[in-house]
Design a protein around this ligand. Sequence first.
Ligand code: SAM
Length: 333
Amino acid sequence: MLNKPHQLIDAFGRTVDYIRLSITDRCDFRCTYCMGEEMSFLPRDEVLSLEECARIVKAFVSLGVSKVRITGGEPLVRKNAIWLFEEIGKMSGVRELVTTTNGSQLEQQAEALKQAGVKRINISLDSLNNARFKAITRVGELEKVLRGIQAAKKVGFDNIKLNTVLMRGINDDETLELVQFAIDQKIDISFIEEMPIGDVNHQRNDSFVSNTETLSTIQTAYPMTSSSLNTGGPARYWQVENSSTKIGFISPHSHNFCEACNRVRISCKGELYLCLGQEDKIELMPILRAHPNNDEPLIQAIIDSMSIKPKGHDFDLQRATPAVVRFMSHTGG
Ligand code: SAM
């Protein structure tokens, strides 16, 4: 019989109560900072089934995890993804079920996500200019995403957050426009510094825009106060005065947030990554498949993994090769 702790605590005393699960490596966009131009995707049998995803989430929840983010790839292009959201939504112990999406499928799926118990949606949006949006995503349609945002608002998601990656000479001149859009839509926006994850077709150092610079740019136009809001994540928030909009800054380069890290990631192949910026992992898929009717080995492996969670990431833009070679779409953002 398993001697199961109530909480997952790593070697540095950090409690892990948040998982991010990538349910597919496939995406209908090919964002230039996230993927290479030619991507080959995993064959179906190398990807966790939705039932296996549910088993993994259930195991983590039994160990005290209360926040679950479903991501990808693009989670909403996975067939029957809504089934998984519904299953997780029913698990007692899940306090927050959230998702990160590019918004392209929200027009059709926002209602079902709401019904399944999804509390918050993060929608990636890097430009409000049609041609530029297409250039960054290589294939995406801005109008579709804008309609997706409206659909999410309409079904009652009142805490939508945009995620924006600014790149030098590509979209960094849109900072204020994107902030104004968030204010007008009464939603929040977070700026994520570009991370050297996956080998893409540009030098990260050339495109990198620091959040220190982005914050200064925004402060020239909007009065803001630093917010004490702590969502348990790496973002630092500012409140735009006279508006409901909060602006988040996720700054893995300029601000090391690892000491408070409360999360682990599971790739669509069932690799449990203990840190986004390091390669330490354990493989859950062989355990799941060897023990289809017994979750104890899975739970034990998760407990044991806590001893290899690294102290922190180590992103260095000067490096010739990426810090982590796998793509963000594989691990899940
Ligand atoms: N398809 C969904 C989406 O577009 O939001 C979910 C997956 S995507 C990998 C999750 C987030 O990771 C997106 O907000 C994206 O902008 C961000 N992202 C991807 N690659 C990144 C990188 N190299 N640096 C910083 N953020 C990145």
